[in-house]
Design a protein around this ligand. Structure first.
Ligand code: FAD
Length: 498
C-alpha cells in the first residue's frame, strides 16, 4: 500500500474550508496535494454562527489576525450565553467563559458561595462573574494577561458562516489548495480493500485520492451513503429534531453574547452579527408544528426578517465511527448534538487536531483509526452530557416537552456527575472535557441545584469575613465594568460597521 500523498475534501461549508486551511498550513512544504470539491448548486447549511473560545486558537494557529477576521466575517464578540426561562419562566442566568469569583483560602469559590447562598447571604452567582456583568452592561474589552483572578475571562465570536467559508477559502487557496466546483455523482471503491479511490463529478471529470475527508454535511456522502458506517441516535436524550432559521435586521445594538430563550417545545437562539441578527428555533416536531414554531419564533423577534424562514431537519447523535477505512467524517457528516452550546465548530477543530496527531502514513490503519474514533467519541459524549443537563434540570412544569425532558432517563455518566456535585460540591473533569468547572457550575447554579455538603474548612472560617470577601469581589467587578467601552465601540474600532 502506498503512502498518502493526496487528500481530497468533499464539501465547502465551514467544516470543509476549516479542514482545507488547517491541512494546507500543516502540510506546507510536504509532497501532499489537497483538493476541495464543493457543489454551489447544493449549497451549505449556512447556520453555525456562534463559537466557543477555542476558535481564537484556531485562528492564531493559522496565523490569522483577529482584526482581519472581524472585518471579513461580520464578527462580534461573545462572552457567553444568556439563558432565559430555562429553570422556570421569567428566570435567567449566564454561562460565561470564565471562572466565577476567586479561591478563598485554598477552597474553590463556589463552596463558599453555595454555603452563603443557601442561607440567603450571597447574590446570584452571576454577580461574581466579570463577563456576566460585562454582558449585562453590553460592554466589551480584550482580557488583560496580568489581570487578577476575578478579572480573568475568555471570549469567543459570532460570525457570518458564509463569509467565514469564503475567507478561509481564499486563505487555503493561497496555500495551494485546489478548488473544484462540481457535484460528486458517483464514488468508486477499491475492490480489494473497500477504500474509496475515485470521485466522479457531474462535469465528467474524475478525482482520485488516497485519503478523503467527508464534509458533505448531513448527507454524509462518503462515510454513510458509500461506507454505511451507521449512526448512534441520541434523540431519546436530545429530542429536538428541527430548527427554523430566520435572520432579521439589526436591532439597534450588538449584545456581546448569544441569547438562548426557552420556548414551548425547545429554545430560540439570537446571535448578533455586525450587519444582522441570526435567529432560530430549535424544537421537537413531536410537540409543535413548523407553522406554530414559526409563529412563536417571530413573536420573539423585534425586527423584520431579512430572508425566508428555512426548516432544517436533523437527528441528534454521532456516526458510529468518524474514521472508517480511508474516509474521515468532519462536521455535520460526523454527527450533530444540537447548537445549544455552540459546540459543532469546536468539534471540527478538535477532530482536525486529533486526526493530524494520529495521521496515517498509508490509508488503512486500524490501530490509528480505532484510537481516534475512541477519543472523538469520548469528546462527543462529554459534550452530549453537558447539553442534556440543560434540559433535564428544567422546572418548566406543566409543559409537555419540558416535562418529558425532565423525566427522561440520563446516561450514567451524567447521573454520576450530578450526584457527585449534589453530595460533595465537586466537579471532576479530564483533558477530554471541554466544559470544565465554571461551565457546570453555571448550569447547576442557574438551575438552583446547590450541593448538600460544605467543606469543613468553611465552617471554621469566620462567616462575616467570607461575606465581606464576596462583597469586595462584587464591588471590584462593578468597578472594572464601569470603565469598559460598549461592545459596539470595540467592534467599530476593529471593523467598519455596515
Ligand atoms: P454544510 O455547511 O452542510 O456543507 C456541506 C458541503 O458539502 C456543501 O459545500 C455542499 O455543497 C457540499 N456537498 C454536499 N454534497 C455534495 C456533492 N454530492 N458534491 C459536492 N459537494 C457536495 N455550530 C456551531 O459551532 N455553532 C452554532 O451556533 C451552530 N448552530 C447551528 C444551528 C443549526 C440549526 C444547525 C443545523 C447547525 C449549527 N451548527 C452550529 C453546526 C454548524 O452549522 C456546522 O457544524 C458547520 O456549519 C459545518 O457544516 P458542514 O460544513 O459540515 O456542512
Amino acid at each position: 500500500m502506498h503512502a498518502i500523498k493526496s487528500l481530497v475534501i468533499v464539501g465547502g461549508g465551514t467544516a470543509g474550508w476549516m479542514a482545507a486551511a488547517f491541512f494546507a498550513k500543516r502540510f506546507t512544504g510536504c509532497a501532499m496535494t489537497i483538493t476541495l470539491v464543493e457543489s454551489t448548486e447544493i449549497g451549505t447549511i449556512g447556520v453555525g454562527e456562534a463559537t466557543v473560545p477555542s476558535m481564537k486558537m484556531f485562528l492564531a494557529d493559522l496565523g490569522i489576525d483577529e482584526r482581519e477576521f472581524i472585518q471579513n466575517t461580520q464578527a462580534t464578540c461573545k462572552l457567553g450565553i444568556d439563558f432565559n426561562g430555562w429553570w422556570q419562566q421569567d428566570t435567567a442566568f449566564f454561562h460565561p467563559f470564565a471562572m466565577f469569583g476567586a479561591k478563598i483560602a485554598h477552597i474553590p469559590f463556589h463552596h463558599y458561595w453555595a454555603y452563603l447562598r443557601a442561607q440567603g447571604q450571597a447574590g446570584p452567582i452571576d454577580d461574581y462573574s466579570l463577563p456576566a456583568q460585562m454582558a449585562r452592561a453590553n460592554k466589551f474589552a480584550l482580557p488583560k494577561d496580568e489581570a487578577l483572578d476575578i478579572a480573568r475571562f475568555n471570549y469567543a465570536y459570532h460570525f457570518d458562516a458564509g463569509s467565514f467559508a469564503n475567507y478561509l477559502s481564499r486563505f487555503a487557496q493561497t496555500l495551494g489548495v485546489k478548488h473544484i466546483e462540481a457535484r460528486v455523482t458517483h464514488v468508486l471503491k477499491n475492490a480489494d480493500t473497500g477504500n474509496i479511490s475515485t470521485l466522479i463529478l457531474n462535469n465528467g471529470k474524475e478525482i482520485e485520492g488516497d485519503f478523503f475527508i467527508d464534509c458533505s454535511g448531513f448527507r454524509a456522502l462518503l462515510i454513510e451513503e458509500n461506507l454505511h458506517t451507521g449512526y448512534q441516535d441520541w434523540s431519546h436524550w436530545l429530542p429536538c429534531d428541527r430548527a427554523l432559521a430566520l435572520p432579521c435586521a439589526h436591532q439597534g445594538y450588538i449584545p456581546p453574547y448569544t441569547r438562548a430563550l426557552a420556548c414551548t417545545a425547545g429554545w430560540q437562539w439570537r446571535i448578533p452579527l455586525q450587519h444582522r441578527h441570526g435567529n432560530g428555533y430549535v424544537y421537537s416536531s413531536h410537540y409543535i408544528s413548523d407553522d406554530q414554531a414559526l409563529a412563536e419564533l417571530t413573536q420573539h423577534m423585534h425586527a423584520k426578517p431579512t430572508a425566508d424562514p428555512r426548516v432544517i431537519r436533523f437527528t441528534t447523535g454521532m456516526r458510529n465511527k468518524c474514521w472508517n477505512k480511508n474516509v474521515f467524517a468532519l462536521g455535520l457528516s460526523s454527527g450533530f448534538l444540537e447548537p445549544l452550546e455552540s459546540t459543532s465548530i469546536y468539534m471540527v477543530q478538535t477532530a482536525l487536531a486529533t486526526l493530524f496527531t494520529y495521521f496515517p502514513t498509508t490509508a488503512d490503519n486500524i490501530a490509528l483509526s480505532t484510537k481516534v474514533n475512541k477519543i472523538l467519541a469520548e469528546h462527543n459524549e462529554k459534550l452530549r452530557d453537558f447539553i442534556i443537563l440543560h434540559y433535564h434540570l428544567n422546572q418548566r412544569i406543566g409543559m409537555d416537552f419540558w416535562d418529558a425532558c425532565r423525566a427522561a432517563p440520563l446516561p450514567d455518566s451524567l447521573s454520576n456527575r450530578i450526584e457527585e456535585f449534589r453530595a460533595t460540591g465537586n466537579i471532576r473533569f479530564n483533558d477530554l472535557d471541554f466544559f470544565q468547572i465554571s461551565s457546570w457550575l453555571a448550569m447547576f447554579s442557574g438551575f438552583q441545584l446547590l450541593p448538600q455538603y460544605q467543606h469543613p474548612k468553611i465552617l471554621h472560617t469566620n462567616k462575616t469575613l467570607i461575606i465581606q470577601e464576596l462583597q469586595q469581589m462584587r464591588n471590584a467587578i462593578q468597578r472594572v465594568v464601569r470603565e469598559l467601552p460598549e461592545h459596539h465601540q470595540f467592534i467599530a474600532k476593529n471593523a467598519s460597521l455596515t
